[in-house]
Design a protein around this ligand. Structure first.
Ligand code: COA
Ligand code: MG
Length: 304
């Protein structure tokens, strides 16, 4: 699995940004059909995203599409049209405002149907955005709902609205933190998402830092997310990509630990055991999946 240190969100209806994003150093380009697209541009954005997927030269870049919520008139149509018409260039679908495991089951079965109809040559992954109180309450079932799911994404602006918290910008952590609430305002939500994701072998992607003209705030926000276990962070502007990549590049120690975990699990499996201790900590199949991801990412980034 390729790294997802930086995920550059690009409004679906703005064609010139698609080209620019493709040339950026972002690990992932996410073509957005949801909240960066005004209501009267939804159909135009869908057609533009399909055209860009089919005609732009994306090279080796990971490209994802964020569909509209499944509780809107656009979400099901986004999923169907984008995957039928351009699914072979989509690596993953980002599902916003996931409230229950049922939302993920719906997307999974639609994908399976489109595959069975012969319109997709490879499996498409799911990234589930947790950004409502209900989504956070059900995160355990959501994380385990489909084999296709590869990551949970924290959506901070909608989560703030959902729980009635005061919003600073679309990023809730890093900016004016100390003035609003002592400590890390989103510690519980983010930690719960991280713990649940990691128990299921999934990655976690942090919300974007909205103030794109504040590099110090971005650095702080990314460092906090990385320190508590996120694997990457959304960017809303190309100028944020380098710093995010820097913060989330695996360290030599992380890589060495991943190798140890993989060796220990391989050795345990050959003795009929699933869990084993490494440096005093339990590691099991979920840990091994994460270590495997980190190893593959380090290889991809030529750090090995
Ligand atoms: N992806 C690709 N290119 C982008 C970009 C993005 N997200 N954001 C800006 N750019 C491009 C601009 O088109 C401009 O290109 P140019 O120099 O060729 O004209 C260049 O980067 C500089 O942009 P700038 O003038 O600094 O920003 P702006 O005022 O045009 O736009 C935003 C600011 C925030 C409106 C814009 O960055 C944006 O739309 N971001 C995405 C928002 C989003 O996806 N939200 C949903 C997820 S939370
Ligand atoms: Mg949102």
């Amino acid at each position: 699995m390729k790294p997802r240190r930086s995920v550059l969100s690009v409004p679906g209806h703005v064609e010139k940004m698609h080209l620019k994003a493709g040339q950026s150093n972002a690990d992932v380009v996410m073509l957005d059909l949801e909240d960066s697209v005004p209501l009267d541009q939804k159909e135009i954005a869908r057609s533009q995203v399909i055209r860009s997927l089919r005609t732009n030269d994306w090279k080796e870049k990971v490209v994802t599409v964020r569909i509209n919520g499944l509780d809107t008139p656009y979400g099901y149509r986004d999923l169907l049209s984008v995957l039928e018409d351009a699914g072979n260039r989509v690596d993953a679908v980002v599902v916003p405002k996931v409230n229950t495991a049922g939302d993920i089951h719906f997307v999974d079965r639609m994908m399976t149907g489109i595959e069975m109809a012969g319109m997709l040559s490879r499996p498409i992954a799911i990234e589930a955005s947790i950004e409502t109180a209900q989504g956070l309450q059900n995160v355990r079932e959501i994380a385990a709902a489909s084999e296709r799911t590869i990551s949970l994404v924290f959506g901070i602006a909608d989560y703030s609205a959902s729980v009635g918290a005061r919003l600073v910008s679309i990023s809730g952590h890093g900016e004016k933190e100390a003035e609003i609430y002592p400590g890390h305002r989103w510690h519980f939500a983010l930690s719960r998402i991280i713990m649940t994701a990691k128990a299921n072998g999934l990655m976690v992607i942090d919300a974007p830092y909205g103030n794109f003209k504040d590099p110090d705030g971005l650095a702080r926000s990314a460092a906090m997310a990385c320190a508590i276990g996120c694997n990457g962070k959304w960017a809303i502007h190309p100028g944020q990509v380098e710093e995010i990549n820097r913060v989330f590049t695996p360290s030599l120690e992380d890589i060495q630990l991943a190798v140890k975990v993989l060796d220990a699990i391989a050795d345990a499996s050959s003795h009929g055991r699933g869990a084993v201790a490494v440096e005093g900590r339990m590691v099991d199949q979920a840990t091994a999946r994460l270590a495997g991801q980190l190893y593959e990412q380090a290889k991809y980034l030529k750090l090995l």
